[in-house]
Design a protein around this ligand. Structure first.
Ligand code: ADP
Ligand code: ZN
Length: 626
């Protein structure tokens, strides 16, 4: 029997209820972005399509309506590995949640099905292949369903990297349950994917909520010096001495080496790549989620489904192959909205490897063209002298009016220099050696190196031999890199890395054009205790308490076998350390402390805080040492 349309008053009451849930259960003050509108849409029984960046707060958009509406909210997600933690986090809040996927033993699955039929669940997470079975659909037909949430909705797209064939069958839900509102959610920004979601899931009627893809809390830092590891070490020690983070490398071997190297220097670091057996991978992922301050060194195989909110940095030791990939991988930092760093170091070799990589695939020409195009855009972002965030957002069709003030180029504007002469030298050297040689050889010729191979080729007689001796090897590599990324030079297709001139060179060689390049940065001394570390913004005097609260959190998490952030986020602990609430009532005003957590943990945290009384007059009297 169809439910009658709710009246306006009923709708307003429902929204009041939603706000009460946000405050009482989640412990947050107000809705973010357009959460309130999305929630209203679902409560009123209409469909929604939600594009929100990672960390934007997508889950609340379906969790709260599922609680307000009668019946169970069914969440479809491909991320089986995550379900357990998601459900654990909801139960911490006192929400009746469960999941059904292939990891459950039959007895537990039957138990969950029983709860479902008896109407004892607020939220049920289901893997798509499970949901689409006749048995499951039959079961759902006997229940009251509040809504369907289709998470990671971009998985319907055949073009994306997360394609799941079962997702394309999810329009079935609409056909079998036409009266149940649906919400599709994704953090993938591009228009083509969006259109595909609408098409495949039959969401033509859905309200669209497209958010800005900006992640203002992420600081973008890109270094072109190309000696990644040492630079990264300096960055980690200066800015993230005790923080959890992800380091991405291109190859398995590099992953292993880097993890061992970091461990050897005293940072706990674990490798993760597709070559490790499933058990090791699972263990490493688990430790990353459950311990504090661990570094995962990974290939891009790692990430999808890593829902750890307090990743304080993502470091790339290689160039990602597209801006989409860069955005997605860096997006794993700072999901909790707190400051985080996206750091990258790349060099000439990356550019060459990736170009060859694209050429070497046996995909069709159209695919290659797209891949090249994407790589060019990524290189453009790297060699940019303006605001990175503006460029990044522009790539996704968004305009950011002002430079962001939170990327390396905004913080330390890069110098440029007139590279016209050296660029001409480099290009004519390529030409005169017959467009058959790679960068290292060309640089040797330019620098006039005494080399047997050069002499055998008689290249020591060329006019370009030795004309570039005034510049250093790294300088030349920087010049070649930018000439490649700017499209003056092409890399040969047979995979030997030989450079060739493109048509783009003509005006420069003819003297009709000048060229300014980005000057490579020298290593800089950064101030210690970075702004993006977990203790940033905390008074020195409050740090011992913060650390004590963290220890308590870890202890509680261990007792229950859940990740620490499921108990409280860093931000909540930091507020506790800063405000030192003395009563339950005071504690409840802290962000992230809802009724259920107050009940469970309030007294233990209050006791811990009491052990660290703020020294009376601590800020006024005691003179600090210089
Ligand atoms: P997404 O799924 O979009 O990546 P989540 O739903 O995991 O993001 O939310 C990211 C973080 O922000 C979570 O810790 C969540 O509890 C928090 N959050 C969501 N909405 C709010 C809000 N209105 N106020 C404060 N914190 C919020
Ligand atoms: Zn900027």
């Amino acid at each position: 029997m169809p439910t009658p349309e709710p009246t306006a008053t009923e709708q307003n009451q429902a929204m009041d209820q939603a706000l009460t849930i946000l405050r009482r259960i989640y412990g947050y003050d107000h809705f973010r972005h357009n959460q309130a509108d999305i929630i209203r849409t679902l409560i009123e029984g209409r469909d929604a399509l939600t594009l929100m960046p990672t960390g934007g707060g997508k889950s609340l958009c379906y969790q709260i309506p599922a609680l307000v509406r009668e019946g169970v909210g069914v969440v479809v997600s491909p991320l089986i590995a995550l379900m357990q933690d998601q459900v654990a986090a909801l139960r911490q809040l006192g929400i009746r949640a469960a999941f059904l996927n292939s990891t459950l033993d039959p007895a537990t699955a039957r138990q969950v099905e029983g709860e479902l039929l008896r109407g004892e669940l607020d939220l049920l997470y289901v893997a798509p292949e499970r949901l689409l079975t006749d048995a499951m659909l039959g079961l759902l037909e006997r229940c009251r369903i509040a809504l369907f949430a289709i998470d990671e909705a971009h998985c319907v797209s055949q073009w994306g990297h997360d394609f799941r064939p079962e997702y394309q069958r999810l329009s079935l839900l609409h056909q079998r349950f036409p009266a149940v509102p649906r919400i599709a959610l994704t953090a993938t920004a591009d228009r083509r994917t969006r259109d595909e979601i609408v098409d495949q899931l039959q969401l033509q009627q859905a309200e669209r909520f497209i958010n800005s893809f900006d992640r203002p809390n992420i600081r973008y830092l890109i270094s072109d010096r190309g000696n990644g590891r040492d630079e990264m070490w300096r960055f980690l020690q200066a800015e993230h001495p005790g923080d959890a983070g992800i380091v991405y490398c291109l190859s398995r071997r590099r992953v292993e080496e880097t993890a061992a190297w970091l461990s050897g220097r005293g940072r706990e670091a674990l490798p993760y790549h597709a070559g490790l057996d499933a058990d090791t991978r699972r263990r490493h992922q688990e430790r990353f989620l459950r311990e504090e301050g661990l570094i995962i060194v990974a290939t891009i195989a790692f990430g999808m489904g890593i829902d750890k909110p307090d990743v304080r940095f993502v470091a790339h030791l290689n160039l990602p192959k597209s801006i989409e990939a860069y955005y997605q991988e860096t997006g794993r930092a700072g999901r909790d909205g707190e400051p985080a760093d996206a750091w990258m170091s790349f060099g000439l070799q990356d550019v060459i490897t990736l170009r060859q990589f694209v050429e070497a695939t046996d995909a069709d020409e159209r695919f290659k063209r797209v891949a090249h195009h994407k790589l060019e855009a990524m290189l453009g972002l790297c060699d940019l002298t303006g605001c990175r965030r503006q460029a990044l957002l522009a790539y996704f069709g968004e305009t950011l009016e002002q430079p962001c003030g939170n990327c390396d180029n905004c913080l330390h504007p890069p110098a440029t220099w007139d590279a016209t002469e050296p660029a001409r030298m480099a290009l004519s050297c390529v030409y005169r050696t017959g467009q058959r040689f790679g960068v290292n050889y060309l640089i040797d010729v330019l620098k006039g190196k005494q080399d047997e191979r050069i002499q055998r080729n008689r290249h020591h007689r060329l006019s370009t031999f030795g004309i570039g001796a005034a510049l250093s090897g790294p300088d030349w590599r920087g010049i070649f890199r930018q000439l490649i990324s700017l499209g003056y030079l092409d890399i040969d297709h047979e995979g030997h890395g030989a450079l060739r001139l493109t048509d783009r060179c003509r005006p420069l060689l003819r003297g009709e054009e000048t060229l300014r390049l980005r000057r490579q940065r020298r290593p800089e001394k950064r101030p210690a205790a970075g702004r993006a570390s977990a203790v940033a913004g905390l008074d020195e005097a409050d740090r011992p308490l913060f650390e004590a609260l963290r220890r308590l959190r870890l202890e509680l998490a261990r007792e229950q076998g859940v990740p620490p952030y499921v108990i409280f986020h860093d931000r909540t602990l930091r507020e506790m350390a800063g405000h030192r609430p003395a009563s339950r009532a005071e504690l409840e005003t802290i962000n992230g402390v809802g009724a259920s957590k107050l009940e469970r943990y309030g007294d233990r945290f209050l006791a811990a805080i009491r052990e660290f009384p703020a020294a009376p007059g601590a800020t006024a009297a005691t003179p600090l040492s210089p």
